[in-house]
Design a protein around this ligand. Structure first.
Ligand code: PAF
Length: 295
């Protein structure tokens, strides 16, 4: 496993892998502080691709000034040790100036799908995500890029980015990985106190409640959202920012649910920690990758 800090080196290694060795490249883009969710993506990339690149880059452009860019957990040594066990070929861990050199002024905006939910709560967030992924895709030119369903809106933004800008990359989305309590793995869980971590298990219980209500025939989007909100609000440590029921492909808000895939998503604060989670109703999995798709 080689750790690469320089864009030029990463670019030339990938060029060689593609041209001379005719191998496929899988990219797992991350901001580090790796957990089981990331590792499930790495495992799948390893299974599908000849060469696996994991990028570790805390991207300043996707944090608003008042957000946690400075305090975001960083531990490259620990991440490297974890990835060594997964037979990863390259870690790309550039410095900020390597990705955004002095005078950098080009940004990528995926209009429409970036506007609601997380985009509304965190203006500029998806512009930062789309910009850094465009740069990473151009440097690495991966055949496959791997993302977790936990960041549901991000997966839609990335799919649209890849389609609109004609990247020769297939986006693979894998299911959310959860702790035994149901809490979704997230780098930001590291901020939670013991008590808040226990309390945060309410998020999945509430989403699972929505899933069973849907299974029993509830087709009113507002009622599903209210049910989730009420469950979470019974937990004193939780402060709900939003609970939303949307079309899983377009993110259009849904009142009346038909047989289309539905995304129930939420953002909730526990103390200063903001967590997001979601559940996809009417989902299917493709046999080959276990990736999530919509019917
Ligand atoms: O999901 C993340 O960790 C980040 O948004 C990503 C995709 C690595 C872009 O910085």
């Amino acid at each position: 496993m080689e750790i690469i800090n320089r864009t030029q080196r990463m670019r030339s290694v990938c060029r060689k892998v593609r041209r001379d060795q005719e191998k496929t490249i899988g990219l797992v883009p991350t901001m580090g502080a790796l957990h089981e969710g990331h590792l499930s993506l790495v495992r799948e990339a390893r299974r599908m691709c000849d060469t696996v690149v994991v990028s570790i880059f805390v991207n300043p452009k996707q944090f608003a000034p008042a957000e946690d860019f400075q305090t975001y957990p960083r531990d490259l040594t620990k991440d490297t040790m974890l990835l060594a066990d997964y037979n990863v070929d390259y870690i790309f861990a550039p410095a900020v100036e390597e990705i955004y050199p002095k005078g950098f002024s080009t940004h990528v905006e995926v209009e429409g799908i970036s506007d609601q939910l997380e985009g509304a709560a965190r203006p500029g967030h998806f512009r930062g995500v789309a910009t850094v992924l465009t740069i990473l895709f151009n440097i690495i030119r991966p055949d496959f890029a791997y993302f977790g369903q936990k960041d549901a809106q991000q997966t839609l933004v990335v799919r649209k980015l890849v389609r609109d800008l004609a990247f020769d990359t297939e986006v693979v989305v894998l299911p959310t990985v959860r702790e035994e309590s149901g809490l979704a793995f997230s780098s930001r869980n590291a901020y939670l106190s013991e008590d808040d971590r226990r309390a945060a298990a309410v998020l999945y219980r509430a989403l699972a409640h929505a899933e069973s209500a849907y299974g029993e025939g509830e087709r009113n989007g507002r009622k599903l959202a209210e049910l989730v909100r009420a469950d979470i609000e019974r937990e004193p440590a939780a402060r709900v920012e939003y609970v939303s029921v949307n079309d899983a492909d377009t993110l259009a808000p849904l009142e009346r649910l038909d047989d289309r895939p539905v995304l129930v998503s939420l953002a909730v604060r526990f103390g200063k920690t903001r967590l997001i989670d979601n559940i996809l109703l009417n989902r299917t999995r493709t046999g080959k990758t276990g990736a999530l798709t919509s019917v």
